[in-house]
Ligand binder design. Structure first.
Ligand SMILES: Cc1ncc(COP(=O)(O)O)c(C=O)c1O
Length: 402
């Protein structure tokens, strides 16, 4: 058996660290390829993937339908060159817009860009355009991206923010229980101040897999209506079927005015109610539009496969099975809480050190998980995961905890 990390991985990691910024790498995994829910590294070590690359690979790896798309685009008659996607049109743009809007219930339009942070930038710009340059409201522990506009509304970890200037922002507590006494904070803000928008996740990913209370989200929706302020739900991590519904907000019986999508869609998108359309060309744009044409084609195919293969139901079913198992482990080796919906599950430990040790132990055992928040583990397998792979992962987590 090859050591983890193997010699090739060590060489590449050391070389990368010398010439690029040492970002948020958790362990020395150098990905080469993958199949199904497995990732293979450059030394031939195979890992079961409970991360989906933070939700970006909902169909796992080498899915036959995605390979078909890639094959189609290798045909030189089509060409895979990038185009200036907001100066010139292409059919992939129409296709992905149609598919995305067909699974988004709002009376909406979409704007495509490259990333999640850009989806957030454009969501807040759409709101500012209508409301003026007023403060925005966001929640403690929210993560909305790292570009300076999006970062202003992020409040996940200090290291992400120190010395970076902010757009005007007011914070409210992200309430996870209906009985939270601070659930009315937004009402006090709206009575005293004019606000451009309210932005929040309904399930915080990077912030630690915190699930918002139903009353909290419904109250925000009610207040946003009452004070006529646009409500933005950030679905960059929780969207595209991750929680067993297309959008995590659907668990709350409400709809946003503006929503952000990325990761599993392969490109970024801001979906907004038509009443927020800037109605003037040139307000929003970027060179690449929805990134590369092939990314838009793959994003369209992902929406099609999630629908056809009933992956929303799979997410709920396997997610419940995993959660039930993890709940039985509470109390063992510092595991203090299990929470989440569908295949977006958090395991919280008593300390950061315990959490970090478990993540590293799982890597050695060939199960990939990622940290979230201060002391939680994020479990986000591909939506295609079957019972056998789920059981294998459960057993590895069981072993790592004992
Ligand atoms: C909820 C949420 N919003 C925005 C972003 C930013 O997305 P990106 O990293 O593609 O810019 C992320 C990334 O993790 C996210 O989880």
């Amino acid at each position: 058996m090859i050591k983890i990390p193997g010699p090739k991985a060590i060489r590449i990691v050391n070389a990368i660290k010398k010439i690029t910024y040492d970002s948020t790498f958790t362990y020395p995994l150098v990905i080469k390829t993958g199949k199904g829910c497995e990732i293979e590294d450059v030394d031939g070590n195979r890992f079961l993937d409970f991360t989906s690359n933070i939700g970006s690979c909902p169909l796992g790896y080498a899915h036959p339908k995605i390979l078909e798309v890639i094959k189609k685009y290798s045909n030189t008659e089509i060409g895979i060159h990038k185009i200036a996607g907001q100066d010139f049109y292409c059919e992939e743009h129409l296709d992905i817009a149609n598919k995305l809007l067909s699974v988004s219930k709002m009376n909406s339009k979409a704007f495509f860009i490259n990333s999640g942070a850009e989806a957030v930038e454009n969501a807040i710009k759409i709101a500012y355009r209508k409301m003026g340059p007023l403060p925005g409201v966001s929640c403690d522990n929210d993560f909305h991206g790292r570009t300076l506009g999006a970062l202003s509304f992020t409040r996940s970890k200090e290291v992400q923010k120190t010395n970076f200037p902010e757009l005007p922002v007011m914070r409210i507590k992200f309430c996870t229980v209906d009985s939270d006494l601070q659930i009315d904070q937004l009402e006090y803000i709206l009575k005293e101040h004019r606000i451009a928008f309210i932005i929040t996740e309904t399930i915080q990913g990077e912030g630690g897999l915190n699930v918002a209370s139903k009353l909290f989200i419904q109250n925000i929706r009610k207040l946003a209506n009452e004070f006529d302020v646009p409500l933005i739900f950030d679905e960059v991590q929780s969207g595209m079927g991750r929680t067993g519904k297309w959008w995590a907000y659907q668990h709350y019986g409400v709809e946003p005015d503006i929503m952000t999508v990325a990761k599993a869609l392969q490109v970024g998108a801001t979906v907004y109610d038509k009443k927020y359309d800037p109605n003037e060309t040139g307000v929003l744009s970027s060179t690449w539009g929805g990134g590369s044409r092939i990314d838009m084609a793959i994003g369209s195919m992902i929406i099609e496969i999630i629908t056809k293969n009933r992956l929303l139901a799979n997410s709920l079913r396997i997610g419940e099975m995993l959660k039930k198992h993890f709940i039985d482990l509470i109390g063992i080796n510092g595991l203090i809480d299990v929470r989440g919906i569908g295949l977006m599950i958090g395991l919280e430990f008593d300390t950061k050190m315990t959490r970090d040790n478990i993540v590293k132990r799982l890597f050695k055992k060939r199960l990939l998980v990622l940290p979230a928040g201060i002391k939680s583990i994020r479990i986000m397998p591909p939506l295609i995961i079957n019972e056998d792979d789920a059981k294998k992962g459960m057993s590895l987590i069981n072993d790592a905890l004992r």
